[in-house]
Design a protein around this ligand. Sequence first.
Ligand SMILES: Nc1ncnc2c1ncn2[C@@H]1O[C@H](COP(=O)(O)OP(=O)(O)OP(=O)(O)O)[C@@H](O)[C@H]1O
Ligand SMILES: [Mg+2]
Length: 164
Amino acid sequence: MYQNLVKTYASIGKSDDVYTNRTRELEENIHMLIVQDNPKSPLSESYRTLRTNIQFSSFDDNMSTILVTSSTPAERKSTVSSNLALAMAETNKKVLLIDCDLRRPSIHKKFNLSNEKGFSNLLIGQYAFNEIAQKYIGDLYVLTSGTIPPNPSEMLSSKKWNFS
Ligand SMILES: Nc1ncnc2c1ncn2[C@@H]1O[C@H](COP(=O)(O)OP(=O)(O)OP(=O)(O)O)[C@@H](O)[C@H]1O
Ligand SMILES: [Mg+2]
């Protein structure tokens, strides 16, 4: 049913190859948190398999950060990172999901969280981490992208990225 819903929404406005902003807006508003909304579905299981594979692939490295990225827009980065974060949090690990998309952020929409302040505000020192990290459920915290800056590229190459 979820797949059908997604297909239905995904095809709105695409029949004439006209992919409008409104269509995109509609799609972004669909809840894509399948691990939360339908935890027993095969797709949710796939996210758990991904989680396990990542954990096994890094057993020697004590990995603490996972970057989800892609070369072109709309390749489901936000969807995958959100569901992977939910799947990781199921194992009682403390998880922090950070939306580093400072151009077209969407993670706050998927989690229905405020984006008044977030990652960009942390980078410029406007707020402390504890003031902006939002607890979602259990051990899952979300750092939304924050105020959209005029210079995202410069901010993303900032030395302040080194939080350790
Ligand atoms: N399984 C799916 N089937 C159809 N559409 C989907 C599915 N999963 C996500 N989408 C839709 O695809 C679009 C892109 O997904 P998402 O926002 O996760 O990609 P993204 O790579 O983060 O995009 P951007 O480059 O804009 O940040 C969204 O509008 C989302 O609602
Ligand atoms: Mg995205």
